[in-house]
Design a protein around this ligand. Structure first.
Ligand code: GLN
Length: 531
């Protein structure tokens, strides 16, 4: 029997429900269980693929090409399991699929209603995750906050799942805010009580409360929460703010969250082995010296847009006891006149992925600056495309070189749309998910991966145009990674420089604690050498 853990949020959003769930996942996995995670988001977009990163942070891509919420990145980095499309479901997708069934006559003339039709769709996704993952435990996070109009059908579905399977198989963890009032110098439990009441209104009695607070709090407060929320006192877990999200598994271990879970769900735990996790946390603590990386992007005001890139850089830094500092450069305002000023101190330049016209000329300038000044360069997706455009314009002297994403009529379409893809239908039509890259002998790519192949995740519509390949090669560019089946360029590198490499895929999605992606590790090592 697969066990389910449902994570709900109370009082405010942004408390780290995902981190709490993932932390419990770390504990259970390292106690010998197979874990799977999923998230339900109450918004109406079918998936976050079309949401502006300013609103929603990065789009995290799964192996099987799901465009998902950034929380899935946390899940994967914590529990070190490759998740899939079933791990991310929005209310939009649920309604879309239900309405499609209605149009196809699948409801046999019945009136289609939130209960039972929408709730059944939700339940079906949870049971499908159970079957697909073959996990011992499925941890499901419900986005948003209890009390939101949008989350009601989800909570009703969870209530039904508990009814169908019993308390010994289904557990509710409520992560809620315990605010501290500076003026009176005390914690206030009332918001937690109210959010538990909201849950009770929907027929759900939580089994555990994870009280998120700014500061540590004492046992008396736990007693109070326990009494007023009808929860055994040992099931009230303190989770004060932590200076690193990666310390949270250790915090909830202290609170015995895994043991409480095991007791209720009848799980047999082996001795929890957090050796590797603790090593990682120690590395974080011991990383004091700073390496600065210049990131030339479009959304510099909101670094959540590049969350996985940042985590990948940090993980690589920890491997060599270095703390990474980000120097955000706004690609929109980078010009031929100010590039020198903005980037003259750079010891490493990274151009991440991106879409659309804004900022692209600035990114091309950044790639040019790195190439001409032998500054370590890592280009990701659009970051590879702009490096190719710079090379065409300034080395091959094809001044009008461009990507057809920006200028469909360019004389030199260095980057062009993949055959069979179109520009109009923007949702879910990209080249998505994992593909195999074959790595060329004796190249930097092969050296970094220590292998002849790499499997990485993609999210793009345009590709390097093979018509220009031999001209590039004649001038010193090396195509060190190819997707052989379709003869697509996956990695370029420029061996004249100490470190200049760019990939059409997104290496940031496969970095894990203690296991940074090889391209990031190589880049950070190269930056370190420049100090
Ligand atoms: N806009 C480019 C494309 O669609 C690059 C995408 C990306 O950087 N993720 O090909």
């Amino acid at each position: 029997m697969v066990k389910h853990i449902f994570i709900t949020g109370g009082v405010v959003s942004g408390l780290g429900k995902g981190i709490t769930g993932s932390s419990l996942g770390v504990l259970l996995k390292n106690s010998g269980l197979k874990i799977f995670m999923q998230k339900f988001d109450p918004y109406l977009n079918i998936d976050p693929g079309t949401i502006n990163p300013i609103e929603h942070g990065e789009v995290y891509v799964t192996d099987d090409g799901g465009e998902t919420d950034l929380d899935l990145g946390h899940y994967e980095r914590f529990i070190d399991v490759n998740l899939s499309k079933i791990s991310s479901t929005s209310a939009g997708r649920i309604y879309y699929e239900a309405l499609e069934k209605e149009r196809n006559g699948k409801y046999e003339g019945k009136t289609v209603q939130v209960i039972p039709h929408i709730t059944n769709e939700i339940k079906q996704r949870i049971y499908a995750a159970e079957i697909e993952s073959k996990a011992d435990v499925v941890i499901t996070e419900i986005g948003g906050t209890v009390g939101d109009i949008e989350s009601q059908p989800f909570l009703e579905a969870l209530r039904q799942i508990r009814m169908e399977n019993g308390k010994e198989n289904v557990m509710f963890i409520h992560v809620a805010l315990l605010p501290y009032l500076k003026v009176s110098g005390e914690f206030k439990t009332k918001p937690i009580q109210h959010s538990v009441k909201e849950l009770l209104n929907l027929g759900i009695q939580p089994d555990v409360i994870v009280a998120r607070s700014e500061l540590e709090f004492d046992k008396k407060l736990k007693d109070k929460i326990s009494l007023l929320c009808s929860i055994p006192v040992e099931n009230v877990i303190a989770c004060p703010d932590s200076d690193s999200i990666y310390k949270v598994p250790l915090v909830v271990e202290e609170g015995n969250l895994h043991k409480i879970t095991a007791k209720q769900l009848g799980l047999k735990l082996k001795t929890t082995n957090l050796k590797d996790w603790k090593k990682f946390v120690n590395n974080i603590e011991n990383s004091k010296e700073v390496l600065t990386i210049h990131i030339v992007g479009k959304y510099v005001e909101l670094s959540d847009a590049y969350l996985s890139v940042m985590e990948s850089l940090k993980f690589s830094g920890y491997e060599i006891s270095k703390k990474i500092k980000f120097n955000w450069i706004n690609a929109r305002t980078l010009t031929a006149e100010n590039t020198q000023d903005e980037l003259k101190d750079a010891k490493g330049i990274l151009v991440p992925g991106g879409f659309g016209e804004e900022g692209i000329e600035g990114k091309i300038l950044a790639a040019k600056f790195a190439r001409e000044n032998n500054i370590p360069y890592l280009g990701i997706c659009l970051g590879m495309q702009v490096a190719c455009i710079d090379f065409a314009r300034n080395v091959l002297k094809l001044k009008e070189a461009n990507t057809t994403e920006i200028n469909p009529n360019t004389k030199y379409p260095i980057i062009d749309i993949l055959k069979g893809k179109n520009r109009e239908n923007i949702g879910g039509t990209l080249r998505l998910g994992r593909y195999l890259t074959s790595l060329k002998e004796n190249t930097l790519a092969q050296k970094l991966y220590k292998s002849n192949e790499a499997v990485e995740r993609h999210r793009h519509r345009y590709e390097f145009n093979n018509v220009f390949r031999s001209d590039f090669e004649k001038n010193g560019m090396v195509f060190s990674g190819l997707y052989l089946e379709k003869d697509l360029v996956e990695i370029i590198e420029y061996p004249k420089n100490d470190f200049f490499i760019a990939a059409q895929y997104h290496p940031e999605f496969t970095s894990r604690p203690n296991k940074p992606n090889p391209l990031f590790m190589g880049f950070v090592n190269a930056v370190n050498k420049k100090y």
